[in-house]
Design a protein around this ligand. Structure first.
Ligand code: HEM
Length: 127
């Protein structure tokens, strides 16, 4: 039987934490998205760690604390075009390089994140 969740396969809580910390360092430096985020990304990273844990089949930490994710609605205050979606994904690719995520689990994660990122697009052009 193979009952391992993606969350476990990718390395669990510690790996998610490292990944998200690396991810927001790239976000903070990316000219196509940094203007959307608060200067202090501590709380943003905290929420994202809890979200990605449940998104990949771990315990429902985000929902326990913040309720239903309603991700598209929560992103509506921000102008997100395909340019921002690709910027977000490129930051995630670089973060995965940094924490040495590779192989099938990386491909699976990027596939799901790519679908979600493009689902967040709410504007045809940047700004
Ligand atoms: C929150 C941008 C895609 C998950 C946010 C915030 C911004 C943002 C500006 C608010 C940060 C804050 O105030 O602390 C973007 C952009 C994306 C994108 C430009 C490009 C498509 C995604 C994707 C996911 C995601 C693909 C999940 C896989 C979240 C979560 C929050 C969040 C969980 C916290 C929501 C809350 O509780 O307030 N995002 N995001 N985002 N984003 Fe994204």
């Amino acid at each position: 039987r193979n009952e391992q969740s993606p969350f476990e396969a990718l390395g669990g809580e510690e790996k998610i934490s490292e990944l998200v910390d690396a991810f927001y360092r790239y976000i903070a430096a990316h000219e196509d998205v940094r203007h959307l985020f608060p200067e202090d990304l501590t709380h943003t990273a905290y929420k994202q760690k809890r979200f990605l844990t449940q998104f990949f089949g771990g315990p429902p930490l985000y929902t326990e604390e913040f309720g239903h994710p309603r991700l598209r609605a929560r992103h509506m205050p921000f102008v997100i075009s395909p340019v921002q979606a690709e910027a977000w994904l490129s930051c995630m690719e670089r973060a995965m390089d940094d924490v040495h995520l590779s192989g099938d689990i990386r491909d699976y994660m990027m596939h799901r994140l790519r679908l979600t990122a493009h689902h967040m697009v709410n504007h045809p052009t940047p700004g």
